[in-house]
Design a binder for this molecule. Structure first.
Ligand code: NAI
Ligand code: MG
Length: 368
């Protein structure tokens, strides 16, 4: 059973860096979290337990998660995850073997993806600046287009047939919708955009629209509007300021959140939380990006996405003040121009990490 927030200030964290740049960025994230704990004089503490589950262990043992592994994971308060994916393992094997094999049984049904333009970074949108783009995307994380339903027959024949069936259940859509409205209600602008494709997809997506209208009645102070997913991509580019909270299906939100990350400057800064809002199981926190084989081992991976992820994890655990402090330190370092290559800078992973650790120490008044 995972901790209720802020009851004990001592947290057991499963660290699972997995593949590619995962170990580099998770290593940096753990360093920052340890620095925060120390600088705060032990106001909160972490017990990190390392898990080596990865494509390497899959290649050796034929599975990503060893027998009984999920039961071990359940005893932690949170999971700090890097990225899974290797050049010599098909992506659908790695994704279903590790990430989805954790998210689905642990009922992490809400995927939360905040995006904003950090101070000192630039959006590719010509006119957008810090403050013009400040969104949170809530992604359905348990079913929909990624429910794993379907099949293939007559493989290799000209008449080969495959189906990929989307599953939408009232139970799962309604719980996610309510969670998304709660998030929107807590944000300053109290505005939510429900994204579907209910013109072309006339069954599941129409049910989404109906459920949204039904749940909206419970939140009279939240202003709701609806968009088709294709039109939403235009609005994100052309009127970023008109958007606050977005709720969408597993597939639609997956795509929109990569667009969101790019519009904010780089995929290297964006965080994700895979939440079990019931808190029955530990939630899992990870940067949005993948294992980035093209830059693995070069020391240039941007750790900011992982630091922001760490801040989201702190917030979920109930350490709100520490989360705010960490975000402030991240923005201070970016604002001072200490940026990795993907953001147009020249700093490496190590320099950015050291700068954030120093900012953390300063912010707690324990600078060396
Ligand atoms: P990717 O996110 O790994 O890389 C896309 C591009 O962004 C690359 O040019 C990469 O160098 C750059 N990039 C990513 N993170 C960065 C960072 N922190 N700093 C600087 N640059 C960064 O996506 P891609 O190439 O589509 O996938 C690579 C592998 O990762 C595949 O096996 C894929 O399945 C897996 N993947 C895993 C995810 C996860 O574990 N949640 C999410 C996305 C992809
Ligand atoms: Mg994605």
């Amino acid at each position: 059973m995972s901790a209720a927030p802020s009851s004990k200030h001592e947290y057991s964290i499963a660290c699972m860096p997995a593949d590619g740049i995962g170990p580099e960025v998770i290593g940096a994230g753990v360093e920052v979290l340890k620095t925060m704990s120390e600088a705060s004089g032990g106001a909160f503490k972490f017990h990190f337990e390392d898990y080596d589950w990865s494509s390497e262990t899959y290649k050796k043992l034929g599975k990503y998660i060893p027998d009984g592994g999920l039961e071990r994971l359940k005893k932690h308060d949170a999971i700090f995850f890097g990225a899974v994916g290797a050049p010599d393992v098909p992506d659908h094997i790695s994704l279903w073997g590790l990430r989805l094999a954790i998210c689905q049984p642990l009922q992490q049904y809400a995927n939360v993806r905040p995006t904003k333009i950090l101070r000192g970074t630039e959006s590719p949108l010509r006119k957008a600046k810090t403050g013009d783009l400040d969104w949170v995307i809530i992604r359905e994380n348990s079913e929909g287009e990624y429910a794993g339903q379907g099949g293939r027959s007559h493989q290799g024949q000209p008449w080969e047939t495959s189906t990929e069936v989307s599953i939408f259940t009232r139970h799962c859509v309604e719980r996610l919708m309510r969670f998304a409205f709660e998030i929107a209600q807590k944000r300053a602008r109290k505005r939510i955009t429900v994204v579907t494709k209910s013109n072309a997809q006339r069954n599941g997506m129409v049910m989404w629209d109906e459920i949204a209208a039904h749940v909206a009645k419970e939140f009279p102070d939240v202003e709701m509007d609806k968009m088709l997913v294709d039109a939403m991509t235009c609005r994100m580019v052309l009127q970023p300021n008109s958007i606050d909270t977005i709720v969408a299906t597993n597939l639609h939100a997956d795509i929109l959140s990569d667009l969101a990350a790019a519009l904010a400057g780089s995929i290297g800064i964006a965080p994700t939380s895979n939440l079990d809002p019931t808190r029955q199981h530990p939630s899992m926190f990870e940067p949005i990006h993948g294992s980035a084989f093209d830059i693995t081992g070069n020391g240039v991976a941007n750790p900011i996405g992982t630091f922001w992820t760490a801040a989201e994890m702190l917030r979920w655990l109930g350490e709100e003040t520490a989360a705010d402090k960490l975000m402030e330190c991240i923005e201070e370092v970016c604002g001072n121009g200490i940026l990795t290559r993907d953001l147009g800078g020249t700093a490496g992973t190590k320099e950015v990490t050291e700068a954030v650790c120093e900012a953390v120490r300063k912010s707690y008044g324990s600078s060396k």
